[in-house]
Write a protein that binds this ligand. Structure first.
Ligand SMILES: [Zn+2]
Length: 453
């Protein structure tokens, strides 16, 4: 006899909350059908219909319920009903036959066909409950219906077979469990094994910001001619930012550098400000170090500017300072020209114009012939957009260190001389890479950042 069990129609629409009742209905239907099982040949077919690994009804439900994240556990009355239906029938047949002992073989076949197809700890737990659950497991059911109800003359034989049966099943379950355990270990091992042939996980590591790249490029050029790199605090005292650089209070140049002062607690000894240039490190370096001094100072500086395409309240500078006993204006221009040719290319020309800075004397503005139009002012038949037709581009200010500055750091102005320069990094990067808005440096837009890997 073959089972005629049907899955509920619209199984896919059944929510996980309705799974229990669906299984319970199937259990009832199964119970009715096994009521007709009457002989050993029928059992064989019944067990294979129910518990065959691939086609068995039970394992099909089992996997479908698990696929819906439902649970198939012994605690569920419907599941118990379902699994106990064949057992109940065998127990009944045993009782009816007058000698239940020959039906141990049926129970054994039933358990074997079930246990053999458990494939993980969860399904095995169900098999163990089916066997040894106190309330409704097979082990106690045999005691209740065969041992206790057997005629007195059969009882010793049934008892002996029962003990053997218990020993057999316990051993059988133990064996199956060790198979499942080692299978779990193996699959965990297979899962954890590193397959070197697979492509790796790609984690983009990012790149330096363009400003950082330009810093690096400039640092490399100066380091290669004997400068060293020092960094200093972004919060400064007016002394280092102004006075020691020969910019006394009320000096008009302070107006050009609108300054952020920090709000300090009452009674603070000295005001603090965000440095308006990297020049304070000239003073700090010379205070610490006797000549010769050759340093560059990269860093962030701050001025109270309204943001637009060429202004930002935070920007970047590299300060340069060289002081020694016999540094001349020629050393100064040679150094600057070397740097500019390294940075913009060997073909650019340079020129300087007189200028004024409080801490250098003489002071100059340093220009470079426009590297984009070859110093012609024309590009593609029109006016060069980089130099606006001027053929020259202002690069930065520089000069020979004003002897007055040496007085602040106890250098002998009669013995030493030197030069200083301050390069605006943002401006240089914008020029070199054709960027027309300084704000993109601070917006952290990856579409911009990715263009400079
Ligand atoms: Zn040009």
């Amino acid at each position: 006899m073959h089972l005629d069990l049907k899955f509920p129609e619209h199984w896919d629409d059944i929510g996980s909350g309705q799974l229990q009742s669906a299984i319970a209905r199937l259990g009832e239907s199964l119970e009715q059908q096994v009521g007709q099982v009457a002989a050993t040949e029928d059992e064989e077919e019944l067990f294979s219909d129910l518990f065959d690994r691939e086609y068995g009804f039970f394992w099909t439900i089992y996997s479908k319920v698990r696929a819906k994240n439902g649970r198939v556990t012994w605690a569920d009355g419907g599941v118990r009903h379902f699994l106990r239906a064949p057992v109940q029938r065998i127990l009944t047949l045993g009782l009816l036959s007058g000698d239940p002992s020959k039906y141990f073989i049926s129970l054994r076949r039933y358990l074997e066909s079930f246990v053999n197809n458990t494939m993980d700890v969860e399904s095995f737990t169900l098999a163990r409950a089916l066997w040894e659950s106190r309330a409704e497991g097979i082990k106690s059911a045999i005691g209740d219906s065969w041992l206790k109800k057997a005629p007195p003359e059969l009882r010793p034989e049934i008892g002996r077979q029962y003990n053997e049966f218990v020993k057999f099943v316990d051993k059988y379950l133990k064996l199956r469990f060790s198979v499942i355990e080692s299978g779990a270990e193996q699959s965990a091992f297979a899962r954890d094994r590193i397959d070197l042939s697979l492509p790796g996980v790609h984690r983009p590591i990012g790149s330096h910001h363009l400003i950082r790249q330009v810093f690096q490029e400039i640092e490399d050029i100066f380091v290669s001619i004997g400068f060293s790199v020092v960094e200093g605090p972004e919060i400064e005292t007016p002394y280092y930012n102004f006075e020691a650089l020969n910019i006394p209070e009320f000096h008009p140049v302070r107006d050009d550098m609108d300054t952020f002062y920090l709000e300090l607690p009452k009674g603070a000894k000295t005001p603090l400000l965000l440095r308006t240039h990297t020049s304070p490190m000239q003073i700090r370096t010379m205070e610490k170090q006797k000549p010769p001094v050759r340093v560059i100072v990269p860093g962030k500086v701050y001025r109270r500017d309204n943001p637009d395409a060429t202004h930002s309240f935070a920007f970047h500078q590299i300060e340069g300072l060289a002081v020694d006993t016999d540094i001349t204006f020629c050393d100064f221009t040679g150094t600057i020209e070397y740097f500019v040719r390294q940075f913009f290319g060997a073909s650019v020309k340079t020129r300087f114009r007189p200028s004024y800075f409080p801490f250098t004397e003489p002071s100059i503005e340093f220009d470079v012939s426009c590297p984009f139009c070859g110093g012609t002012g024309n590009s593609n038949g029109g006016t060069c957009s980089k130099c606006k037709g001027a053929a020259w581009i202002e690069l930065f200010g520089a000069g020979m260190v004003d002897p007055a500055v040496y007085g602040f750091v106890n250098y002998d102005a009669k013995k030493v001389s030197g030069f200083a320069f301050g390069i605006g990094i943002d401006r240089l990067a914008m020029l070199k890479y054709g960027i027309d808005d300084i704000q993109v440096f601070f917006q952290n837009d990856v579409r911009f950042l990715r263009q400079f890997p």
